[in-house]
Design a protein around this ligand. Sequence first.
Ligand code: FHN
Length: 451
Amino acid sequence: MQLKTICTVIILSLALLSGCKTLETRDYVKTETKVEKEKRMKWWRDAKFGMFIHWGGYSQLGGVYKGDTISGNAEWIQSKKKIPADKYVKLIQPFNPVKYSADDWAKLAHDAGIKYLVITSKHHEGLAMWDSKVSDFDIVDFTVYGKDVLKPLSEACENEGVRFCTYHSILDWHNPNAKGDSLFHLYRDNQLKPQLKEIIEELNPAVMWFDGEWIGEWTEEQGKDLYNYLRNLNPDLIINNRVGKGRKGMQGMSKDSLYVGDFGTPEQEILDNASALDWESCMTMNDTWGFNVGDHNWKSAQTLIHNLIDVVAKGGNYLLNVGPTAEGLIPQESIDRLHEMGKWLEVNGKAIYNTKRAKHYKEGEKIRYTSTKDGKRLYAITLEWPGNELNIKSFKANENSKLYLLGYDTPLQWQNDSQEGLIIEIPDELQHEENRPCSYAYVFSFEVMPN
Ligand code: FHN
């Protein structure tokens, strides 16, 4: 055989082999090992705090239709007001968020101590928020704005060290094929899956967060198929449990471990107790996900910080929502609260990020616990100022441990009392609010006595 022929045969064989490789698909649902899963989930488990962003054509309406402001979820306005599809598209077409700055949003998230951001790539209304080649019903081809918003945000997030993730609705009010069993496969195969492939290839989200899975057309089997399809495109991808049918109503945890998905998704609530399963509580700051001009029912910064602490002590993540306006601005009320959270985390982040559940997650109503991964250091987080003395019954400090209030340099005096437990003395100067390192909640850190 001539050298040229041999080379051609080798090149063709290699091409064939590499071609075969791309055709290989793995059933991740059935075959992923515990070690592989631990490795994949690590960053997410350590991150603890994420930002949810609900932004789409519905933001153009801001919860108002024909002069009437709806209460609650403004992203549902099309359904709540029974707006016919042809009329709805005309209402959202003028969407033109000229004040949108991906850099500002990513910086806001970063400064708030947020480690990952989950934005709606498509909500139930069906409008794709990136330049999709699969459909013209996207922000670039359909709205006045005519520009992609997700790509710039994914880049800005990367610059700020915030992981970019997407939310995607399985249900779709726009595509006529998405309703009814006989045509659903056309929507699934010609829009849903190709669009998700585009998102992975162009935006590389770290998490794909599904929703709208409750429709009758969607089955657990399709959920498993979609999960495997996406993981084969990006093996590191993390996917929530709403990709399948496991979610137990709003409580959001999966009915059992046979259901597909990497983490449970309690919505607008926090689990009553600690859980060893992966879970993330998603919550609004007021009473709506998408921007609603009439919703002023804002949770206080204190409530949001206490929620974050409670969730983390119970072993979960906190995904806190903002609903930007049609102009592309995150409401000032949300910005103010995120600043407060950032300030608190700047002082107390050690007790939140990279921690694990402690042996006890709480003591009474006002103390929560977290622990370093090695279990050697405990963080006792009090949800109110403890006064002159803090008494802890659930843990003792190690003999030679120094005990600190995070943000205050001088070690505190303490003793392990055989009857009372650990007693921490709090200096007089800290009794004055202005001398304390932070507000809202206080972290006492010490080496814990093993038992
Ligand atoms: O219907 C949606 C709602 O609009 C919002 O997106 C939340 C976020 O978790 N999920 C829904 C219902 O579970």
